[in-house]
Every structure is written in structure tokens, then in C-alpha cells.
Write a protein that binds this ligand. Sequence first.
Ligand code: SAM
Length: 290
Amino acid sequence: MARPYLGDPKHTIEILKKYAFVFQKRYGQNFLIDPHVLEKIMKAAEIGKDDFVLEIGPGIGTLTQYLACAAKKVTAVEIDQALIPVLEDTLENFPNIEVIHGDILKIDLQKLVQEKNQGKPIKVVANLPYYITTPILMELLEKRIPTASMTVMVQKEVAKRMCAGPGSKEYGALSLAVQYYSKPSIAANVPPNCFMPRPKVGSAVIQLKVYEKPPVAPQDPELMFRIIRASFNQRRKTLANGLRNFAELSLRKGEIQDALEKCALPADIRGENLSLEQFVQLSDVISKVK
Ligand code: SAM
């Protein structure tokens, strides 16, 4: 197998020129041009020779080359037709890579994992196009696509929100959803000059270690997430107001007061101060009156 060479910006520029490639803003195309960052992603992803890796958006194949050298097999899904001939060229000497031309949001991922890895947990690695960060990560987590870990480049602000705990300004529904299914940690902060073209915002590599089973067990997880959405819907309001004004819940004032009391929560508490465990307790109490 060949060695990765595209991390060097000189080679990236050569390839882009050879194919007269035009960047598509709508696909969130910011290609990595820093070998140190690529090495940091690989270190965080902990890919071994038994691993099947799904890469979302290979671009010209820079990270894909590194993944191929470490993994058993890599499947890379790329939406931009113009990149398919480029990938055929740059990945030619990496025999364990399959490129699929398609939209990751439209692919049946359960089926893909079944067909390509006999349903065993895969590892997801990507420098994600930022416009699909939340939809794709939540799809993988909520549908419980067998995944051991996800190591992905995201906007720095989004990485902070995923890792945030109660009481911080970044804490919200995304933090709780991510932390219900996985253990997140930031592996590296990445400045705009590591990409071509440079994005307007800072980025971070985040690793989500996906739990086999969530660490908490609400009686009705769907209700708990509705309560969480209600709590953060109007950030400056109290939890009680947020719950009352949320059409999806239709709770009466008295029911909310009772539930807060049963959970030993002050009447004026705000959603942003509740831990995941406290949301579990609250939703279990509310599920009894629903
Ligand atoms: N992995 C490359 C790198 O690090 O240099 C490229 C990363 S770039 C941030 C995001 C890539 O995802 C682009 O190649 C873009 O065309 C592709 N992409 C965007 N939307 C996609 C989608 N819905 N499904 C699959 N690929 C997508």
C-alpha cells in the first residue's frame, strides 16, 4: 500500500490544479492541509487493523489515505460528483478503500453497517461539512447505528456545546443528547489556517465514545427529550414556564409544580441547571401523570 502524501499542501494544490477543481461552498468544502492535524485525528480515532471505518466527505482523499493505512477497510461517502475522478486517482494505490458517490444523509446506514461489517460496530472519522454536523451525528446516535466511536472535526462552538455541563452558557439540548449516547471529549483545537479555503470560524476535533447502553435509564426516553427541548426552548425563562409553554407536552401548572417538588427542585430553577440524571428523574415523575 502507498503512503499518505496529500497532507502536504503542495500535493493538494497539484491535485486541485490537475482537475481544475472548483470549491463548492454549499457542500462545506474546507480541505485539510496540515499533516499535524491529520496525525492528531488519527491518534484520537485509535484505528486498528480490525476496524471498519466510515468516512463522511473524503474530499480529495487526504484523511482517507491515512485511514486506509491504519484500518482493515474504509468506506468513504462523497456527495460531490466532481471529486469522484479525483478520488479514483488519489486512492488508486490504497486497495482497502471503497468510495460511494452519494449523500450521507440519504444512505441507509443500518444496512451499510450490516453489509460491510456484518452489523459489528464501526468507527466514524470525518472532517465534517459543518452544515450537516448535528443531523448526521444525531442520526448515528439516535438510530443506534452500531458505532464504537466518532472522531470528527466540527466547529469549535459546536464541540464546546457537545461537551458542556450544567450551568455553563454552552449547555443545552445538544449537550444532553450527545452525553446520553456517548462520552465526548475534545482531542484538538484547529485554527482556520489548517484548511483550504480557510473557514471563518475555529474548529475542533471531537471524539464521541459511544456507549453500548446509555449510562442512565429513563422510563420513557422520548418524553425525556421532549422535556429537555421544552426546558431550553426559552432560555431566559424558568423550567416551569418552559414546560408550560411547550405545545408538545400540554402539562398543567399544578402538574409541573408537583413534579418539581417531587424532584426537590426549586420552583424557579432554570433548565440549564439540571443534570442529565435530574432530567431522568423529572421525566420519570412526569411520565406517571401523563
Ligand atoms: N475529508 C476532506 C478533508 O479533510 O480534506 C474534506 C472535508 S470537507 C470539510 C467536507 C466534505 O464533505 C467535502 O468533500 C464535501 O463535498 C463532502 N460533503 C458535503 N456534504 C455531504 C453529504 N451530504 N454527504 C457526503 N459528503 C458530503
